[in-house]
Structures are given as structure tokens and as C-alpha cells.
Design a protein. Structure first.
Length: 263
């Protein structure tokens, strides 16, 4: 069965549910209960009867034993979907944010994603708002309840910097290429893959903040709106690009990325 995707099957389940719960001698009353035309109800009754799922006995429309089994299978499928959806969807009633200014309990807060963290500002308009559940000083964590709307969030750009596998390789890079990488790193989070990436970052005067579990961390940070400069050995550059593309396959707004070479 495919109740959720097949309109005919879902209507058959509804039809069988109706005649199993209530006594019906007229198609018109069934049609009214299901919100369809009498002709539509008649067509479904004929199909159900032809499939051995329905019988007309003593002037009443009744499900057969096979029809009851069909109905039960449909309900089980729907129940499984609802349970799975309920597990996968987080019904958030209260969330934690960092206070962008002093907050008093009961204040309406505007919520923003900044630097990868959820920030709360009292009285600031936003597409997502909530109410402070407690007092908080600037920079402290604050519980936010009565959430409304969705936080505006755009993925951060990832600059994948491909480097040679030996320390001497960086010495072949042109000053223009080095300046370009350093410029990209201003205000960005620097991540390095393997010793080659770490050594290159140090020679460029950059301070990596992500050195372990790098590719999943880069993707998560980018999804939170953080710009990333990723220094990666040439032989692992394709792996980095694939990690971003895999994330983009499930994202409505894609993570933008570019690739630069050093040297």
C-alpha cells in the first residue's frame, strides 16, 4: 500500500473506515461524509466491490474481511508515518540563545544567527521572536520561550584552498595568490586538514580553529552562516568538495564555495 502518495488508495481507506464505523444504505450520505460527489462515491463503491473489499448486504454497504484487512494495513501505514515524523521533527517550545544586550524576563526578543550562534536582542524586529524566560546580562545565555517565526539564515561561503603536500610547496605560491587567501580569511573561520594544512596556515599567519573532525565541522559551521577558509592538501580537495555537495543535496539554500590553489 502507498496511502500517503496514492489518492485512490487513501480514498479507499477513508471509504472503508466510514462504512465500518457507521451504517450506510445510501451512497449520498457516504459522499457527504467524505466530501465527494455521489458519482465519485459510486465509482469507488464499484471498485471496492470488484476488488472484494466491499459488499452490499441487506441494503447496507459493509467492508468484507478482506476490506477490513486492507483498512487495518492502511491505518498501520499512517500510524507508522506519524510516529516517524514525530520523532524526526523537533517541536521546540523553548530554546537557548546568547543575550546581545541586557535582557529582562518577559521582554520580547528578536532572534538572529550571528557567527554561528543564536543571538537574542530585546525589542529588535526580526523574522523570529520569542519571550525571555529569565533575566540575563549581555553575553550570558538566556532561555527563550513563546517562539514565533523562523530565524533568517543564509549559509556561509567556503573557500577551499588547495595546497601542496610538502612544506616547500607553499614557497612557490605567488604573492597575489597568498594575498587572496589571507583576504578571504579575514573575519572567517580557518580550518585545516592534515599536517600540510596546519603547516600552511601557520606560514600564512592564520590561526586555525578547526583541526579535527574537519569536514563535518566545516559543513555545520557553513550551514549556520559562518564563512570558512579550508586549507586542504590537493589530494583531499575532492573529498572536501564532495562533503559540501552532499550537504547541498538536502539544503534548500546551498552552501556557496570556491576553490583556490596554493601555489
Amino acid at each position: 500500500m502507498n496511502v500517503l502518495r496514492d489518492l485512490r488508495e487513501s480514498t479507499q481507506v477513508l471509504f472503508l473506515q466510514e462504512i465500518s464505523m457507521n451504517r450506510h444504505t445510501r451512497l449520498r450520505t457516504i459522499a457527504e461524509r467524505l466530501g465527494m460527489t455521489v458519482q465519485g462515491a459510486s465509482d469507488y463503491a464499484r471498485r471496492l466491490e470488484a476488488d472484494g473489499l466491499l459488499v452490499v448486504a441487506d441494503g447496507e454497504y459493509r467492508p468484507t474481511k478482506k476490506g477490513i484487512a486492507f483498512l487495518q494495513n492502511g491505518i498501520r501505514e499512517l500510524r507508522a508515518f506519524v510516529e516517524q515524523a514525530g520523532r524526526s521533527i523537533a517541536f521546540v517550545e523553548t530554546t537557548a540563545a546568547l543575550a546581545g544586550a541586557a535582557v529582562r524576563r518577559g521582554e520580547r526578543l528578536g532572534l538572529f544567527m550571528q557567527g554561528g550562534y543564536l543571538m537574542a536582542y530585546p525589542g529588535r524586529p526580526s523574522s523570529s521572536t520569542g519571550v525571555a524566560a529569565e533575566d540575563a546580562a549581555k553575553g550570558d545565555g538566556v532561555a527563550v520561550r513563546a517562539l514565533e517565526g523562523i530565524v533568517t539564515l543564509h549559509p556561509g561561503r567556503v573557500t577551499v584552498v588547495r595546497i601542496g603536500s610538502t612544506p616547500s610547496a607553499l614557497g612557490k605560491a605567488t604573492p597575489a595568490a597568498i594575498r587572496k587567501v589571507v583576504q578571504r580569511a579575514r573575519g572567517a573561520l580557518v580550518a585545516t586538514v592534515d599536517v600540510a594544512g596546519l603547516a600552511a596556515a601557520r606560514r600564512l599567519g592564520l590561526r586555525p580553529r578547526i583541526e579535527f573532525g574537519v569536514l563535518p565541522a566545516v559543513v555545520e559551521a557553513a550551514e549556520r552562516g559562518v564563512r570558512i577558509v579550508l586549507l586542504v592538501p590537493e589530494q583531499r580537495a575532492a573529498e572536501a568538495a564532495q562533503a559540501i555537495e552532499t550537504a547541498n543535496a538536502r539544503l534548500e539554500e546551498k552552501i556557496p564555495y570556491e576553490s583556490l590553489a596554493l601555489p
